[in-house]
Ligand binder design. Structure first.
Ligand SMILES: [Zn+2]
Length: 129
C-alpha cells in the first residue's frame, strides 16, 4: 500500500458516506439517471480520491462494458465503477466516466442540512448482495 494523498476541491461535492472523503464535484455530475444492482447511481465526468480494481468485462443492462470497480482511497469501501470502454456505439459517451452509487455517497448539501449529522453513525442500511 502506498501513501494516500487526499485532495480537497472547492465547491459543492459528493463524499464517501463512510469516511466523508470528497469523491466527486457537483460540477462533474453528468447524469443522475443511472441504476446499479443496489439502486440509484450517478454518472460523473471525473472523480477524485479513489483507487481502482482490476479491469473486467461486465454485462450491463445497456450492453457489454469494460469496467473497473472504484474504491474510496481513504476507507477502501467500494463506491462504484469506472467505464473504461463500451462495446455498443450508443454507449461510447460513458467511456472514461465514473459511476458512484447513490447509497454510498452523501451530498454536501444534505450534509449541511442535517440529514447526515454524523456520516459514521448513519452506516446502518441493510444491504443484500
Ligand atoms: Zn471512504
Amino acid at each position: 500500500m502506498g501513501r494516500v494523498f487526499v485532495v480537497e476541491r472547492e465547491g459543492r461535492s459528493y463524499r464517501c458516506k463512510y469516511c466523508n472523503t470528497q469523491l466527486a464535484l457537483f460540477d462533474d455530475l453528468a447524469s443522475r439517471a443511472f441504476h446499479c444492482r443496489r439502486g440509484k447511481a450517478y454518472l460523473f465526468n471525473n472523480a477524485i480520491n479513489i483507487s481502482f480494481g482490476a479491469l473486467e468485462e461486465r454485462m450491463m443492462l445497456s450492453g457489454l462494458h469494460t469496467v473497473a470497480d472504484i474504491f474510496c482511497c481513504t476507507c477502501g469501501q467500494i463506491v462504484g465503477w469506472k467505464y473504461e470502454a463500451a462495446h455498443e456505439k450508443s454507449q461510447k459517451y460513458k467511456e472514461g466516466k465514473y459511476v458512484l452509487e447513490r447509497g454510498r455517497i452523501v451530498d454536501d448539501i444534505e450534509f449541511s442540512t442535517g440529514f447526515f449529522i454524523d456520516s459514521r453513525s448513519s452506516v446502518s442500511d441493510s444491504e443484500e448482495n
